[in-house]
Each structure stands twice: as structure tokens, then as C-alpha cells.
Ligand binder design. Structure first.
Ligand SMILES: [Zn+2]
Ligand SMILES: [Zn+2]
Length: 383
């Protein structure tokens, strides 16, 4: 709780940047951009009054989004209307719900709006009532004076047409949201910026199970065979973690959450369970010889002597999995990684991995102990 008394933290929480994101979120939830400013203000006041209820500062974005939803819901109820984004639709089952995900969903709804606008009015009405307002078939039938069979028929036809639109006219955008699958082996664009160069958005390839899910940057991975990260679905553990997930941001959020638990957690215990056979495996530090001194050449490796499974994570990957850095990333969609540098931290040699926002001077530095790769410190940087 001491962190919450820190003036700097409170200043960053209630920053203008955070306010603007909250205004956009309120506009999305209510569908009323004109009221969003006031609702964001009300959300901040409520958050401020109840700050002591926030036990974990790293969960702040999620907590604030939940308050915003309640404030918007009350406002809509006062006006005797229905929410544009219903509770069911705005509460995600993803492990990680943050403002970035909320905003992407807003863009997704915009895309669906455009697709819906291409449908005949009567089909559109039925789809909106079913999937946006979340009404049961019987209620829709009641409202439109149709039989439930007729409603089911329209919904089914509407879904077919919608799917066709999303795979033809709107295919590229729908693909970038993970809304429609690309054929196996095809690299498709995403809306996620490369965290190394900050200049390109990543490409994603998602082979059918038991293939590989891989991410690459067109700028950093010039060799077509090199990738930023890859996950083999032949390993049942990764099938469970990622098998049903299609949205690129959700894939990245899940893998970063897992990497943090597995590698950072493994360093504080005696080792990790093998992801494939669950036998205990030691976590070993690796250094790739040719690039010594670069963070991608340092990392942790869990290599199972029994089944042969190997999983590894570079220092850059370990930095990005830190909750503090993930929060920084959700606040700054574009950032780049600086060249690694060595420093000393309380008498220990440390490797520093640094991220800087592309559009302002905000940044994060993660200090790793050079010998053990334990994290010594995570600091907010401003230049
Ligand atoms: Zn890049
Ligand atoms: Zn094993």
C-alpha cells in the first residue's frame, strides 16, 4: 500500500494521457462522445475517493476500466436507455483486460459497424439486437413481430453474409484483428508495434494445430526464417495456452503473462516444471557467443533431459513480461528498445534493457544482475 502514497505514482495515474484514454473508453461504452468528458471526470473522482481499495497498483488500468463501466452504466440507466456496449460484451474472458484491449475492442466494434452497414436493414437490426444488445431470440421476435424461427433464420443468414464480408471486402482489417483466420503458413499483418524498433507492426503466422504460432518484424527480422518469438502447438501446454486464441494482442498478452510466471518465477524457486512432461528442469542462463553484449544473446533456457523439450526467453522477452513494462506498453502503443548497456547496482554488475516511447520521453529501464539474471530494479525513465 505504500506505493499508493507516492505522489509520483498518483500523478502518473491521474495524468492527462490517462484522462484522454478514459474519455475514449467512456465514449465507447455509452456511444455518447459528448458525455464522455464528464463521465471520465466522474470516474476519476470515484477512483480517487476509493484509492485505498486498490490493493495492487499494477492492476490499476483494469480497476479504472471497471469503475468507468459502472459510472457509464449508472448514467445510461438514469437516462432510461440501454448501453451501446452491453455488460456481457464489455466484460472479457481474457486473462488480461486493460485499456488497450478496451480500445481495440472499440475499433473492432467500428469495423463490425462498417460491415453491418453493408447489410440490408432488416438483417442488420436482427444481428444488432442479438449480438450487440445481447437479446434472446424470443425477445427479438417479440420486438419485431416475427416468429422465433424467422428470427433464427435471419440471424443465421446474417452471420453468413457478415462472414463473407469480413473475408472479402474487409478481409485485411478483419485479419489484423484476428477476426478471420488466414490460411496456414501465411504471414498476416497485426496492429501491434514491434517493441524493438518501434517502426513496424508485427506479422503473425498461425499454423493449424499442431503447428507453430510465430511473430516477426519486417524490419528487425530481415531473414525470412528469423522470428521475434514462436510457440509450438505440438506441445500440449501451448495448445492449452494459445489454441483457442486468435487476436494478436491476446496471444501476446497470454504469452507474456506465462513468460513472467515461468521464467521470473522459476528464478526464485529451484527450477521449473517441463512444459511438456512436467518433470523438474533447472533454469539455465544462456549467452549466445556471436552477439555477446546484446540482450537478445542473453536469456534463460529450460531444457528437459527427459523429453528433450526446450523453452527459452531472451532478456528482452523477460523485460517485456514484467508487469511494470506491460503497463508501460499498454500506455504507449509504440516504443523502441535502446542498445543494452552495463551498469553497477549496489556493487553488482547489471545489464540494463531500456524501452523508450516513440512519441514522448517516457521510458522504462529493467536492470538484470549480470550473473544470475535476477531483476535488480525496474525504473521509470524520463529521458
Ligand atoms: Zn522491429
Ligand atoms: Zn520434459
Amino acid at each position: 500500500m505504500t506505493a499508493l502514497n507516492d505522489d509520483a505514482l498518483q500523478a502518473s495515474i491521474f495524468s492527462e494521457h490517462a484522462r484522454q484514454r478514459l474519455v475514449r473508453l467512456c465514449a465507447v461504452i455509452t456511444g455518447e462522445p459528448d458525455a464522455a468528458d464528464d463521465l471520465a471526470q466522474e470516474t476519476f473522482l470515484e477512483a480517487w475517493r476509493h484509492l485505498e481499495r486498490l490493493s495492487d497498483p499494477s492492476g490499476f488500468d483494469r480497476w479504472l476500466a471497471a469503475i468507468a463501466r459502472n459510472v457509464c452504466r449508472r448514467w445510461v440507466r438514469r437516462r432510461g436507455q440501454e448501453l451501446v456496449v452491453t455488460t456481457a460484451a464489455s466484460e472479457s474472458v481474457e486473462d488480461v483486460v486493460d485499456l488497450e484491449a478496451e480500445l481495440e475492442r472499440a475499433e473492432l466494434i467500428e469495423l463490425l459497424d462498417r460491415a453491418l452497414a453493408m447489410l440490408p436493414a432488416e438483417t442488420r437490426d436482427v444481428l444488432i439486437q442479438r449480438f450487440v444488445l445481447d437479446l434472446p431470440h424470443a425477445a427479438i421476435a417479440d420486438r419485431l413481430g416475427l416468429s422465433t424461427d424467422a428470427v433464427s433464420m435471419r440471424i443465421s443468414r446474417g452471420k453468413t453474409v457478415l462472414r463473407r464480408l469480413l473475408t472479402t471486402e474487409l478481409r485485411e482489417e478483419a485479419g489484423a484483428y484476428g477476426l478471420v483466420g488466414a490460411p496456414a503458413d501465411e504471414w498476416r499483418p497485426t496492429r501491434v508495434w514491434c517493441r524493438d524498433c518501434g517502426e513496424q507492426t508485427l506479422l503473425l503466422r498461425r499454423e493449424a494445430s499442431p503447428g507453430v504460432i510465430a511473430l516477426r518484424c519486417p524490419r528487425c527480422d530481415t531473414d525470412m526464417s528469423s522470428v521475434r518469438s514462436e510457440f509450438r502447438l505440438g506441445n500440449p501446454f501451448f495448445t492449452t495456452l494459445l489454441g483457442a486464441v486468435t487476436r494478436p494482442t491476446a496471444i501476446i498478452a497470454r504469452t507474456r503473462g506465462w513468460a513472467f510466471d515461468y521464467f521470473a518465477g522459476g528464478l526464485t524457486s529451484d527450477g521449473v516444471p517441463c512444459t511438456r512432461c512436467a518433470r523438474p528442469v533447472p533454469l539455465r542462463r544462456y549467452v549466445r557467443g556471436d552477439l555477446a553484449g546484446q540482450s537478445q544473446s542473453h536469456g534463460l533456457l529450460a531444457s528437459c533431459g527427459h523429453c528433450g523439450e526446450e523453452v527459452s526467453c531472451s532478456l528482452a522477452g523477460m523485460s517485456l513480461s514484467r508487469p511494470e513494462v506491460r503497463r508501460f506498453c499498454s500506455e504507449h502503443r509504440r516504443s523502441r528498445r535502446l542498445p543494452d548497456r552495463w551498469t553497477e547496482h549496489h556493487g553488482r554488475a547489471a545489464l540494463v534493457v531500456s524501452y523508450r516511447a516513440v512519441t514522448n520521453t517516457c521510458g522504462m529501464d529493467v536492470l538484470f544482475a549480470a550473473d544470475t539474471l535476477d531483476v535488480l530494479d525496474v525504473v521509470t525513465a524520463t529521458a
